[in-house]
Design a protein around this ligand. Structure first.
Ligand code: PMP
Length: 285
């Protein structure tokens, strides 16, 4: 696999970053994951915009213009022959000569930029989407700026491990009695023709897939209600689903051992997935 590091395309085994890189020492970096379908990027502009916002929130310089980032994404997809898969992009505050809590001067420390691809055949025509996911609820113990897409993913990793040990697919995180989001996705319930999902704030990541799906709701003859919901309300909902760049719209069929409906993906979640894939493919670049 060919990867990109700080201006160079290299075989993955030759790519190197400093041990003083602040992402390695302090989790001081941000990332984006953009999906690839039919060799094209899904909602690249949305990801580029959120990346810029994450960088601004952390007072990090923007090392590359959007057009340059797009070019690197496309080149990696091309050289690695990715038809279905993901492009991972990470920008860190870089590697000052030593460890220090205070941000280094951006004049003397340049950001580290890393991109690589992951081939994922079957991303769109997914067996998991046909089956539906089972989730458990766990307490949300992350920090208070979940709207910034940082590489500090230890608690989401712990959450995925809790799910794995419980024999299910993922965990929904709960704070003050309400669902925030999934470990790596936004969470939704469906009641009649209404999609209910938590409103945007610092408490959740502003999903690019979330924005798209809410835009497409009308096409599915559905209304959107952005508000908190509890696990108990979710367990009584008609349907539930999650969204993320790597899963698109993924039905949820069980929450904390309670089966939703007949335990198979519901018609609205399936329809939203269809519309999302259709529309995103049309707009892919
Ligand atoms: N919430 C969290 C915590 C996430 O990690 C992700 C995916 N990175 C999402 C939501 C979904 O965001 P997107 O649709 O932009 O992938």
């Amino acid at each position: 696999r060919t990867v990109y590091v700080n201006g160079e395309y290299l075989p993955e085994g030759e790519a190197k970053v400093s041990i003083f890189d602040r992402a390695f020492l302090m989790g001081d970096g941000v990332y984006e994951v953009t999906s690839v379908l039919g060799g094209k990027l899904i909602d690249f502009a949305g990801h580029a915009k959120r990346l810029a916002r994450s960088l601004d929130e952390l007072e990090m310089p923007h090392p590359l213009a959007e057009a340059e980032l797009l070019e690197i994404h496309r080149e990696l997809v091309r050289v690695n022959g990715i038809d279905e898969g993901l492009v991972y992009l990470q920008i860190t505050r870089g590697a000052p000569g030593d460890r220090d809590f205070v941000y280094p001067d951006p004049e003397t420390t340049t950001p580290t930029v890393v991109l690589f691809t992951q081939a994922k055949p079957g991303l769109a025509d997914s067996p998991a989407a046909r089956r539906g996911m089972r989730v458990i609820s766990i307490e949300d113990q992350r920090w208070g700026r979940r709207d910034i897409k940082t590489v500090q993913l230890l608690y989401p990793s712990m959450g995925k491990m809790m799910a794995k040990k419980a024999g299910v697919d993922d965990a929904w995180m709960v704070e003050d009695g309400a669902v925030t989001e999934g470990t790596s996705n936004n969470a939704y319930i469906v009641k009649g023709n209404r999609i209910v999902t938590r409103a945007l704030s610092n408490d959740i990541l502003h999903g690019i897939t979330r924005a798209a799906v809410l835009r497409y709701a009308a096409e599915a003859q559905m209304e959107v209600e952005e508000r908190d919901f509890t696990i108990a309300e979710a367990q009584e909902a008609d349907e539930a689903f999650i969204t993320s760049a790597s899963t698109f719209v993924m039905p949820v069929v069980e929450i904390d051992g309670v089966t939703l409906g007949d335990g198979t993906p519901g018609p609205r979640a399936r329809r939203l997935r269809e519309i999302y894939l259709d529309e995103s493919l049309k707009a892919a670049i």
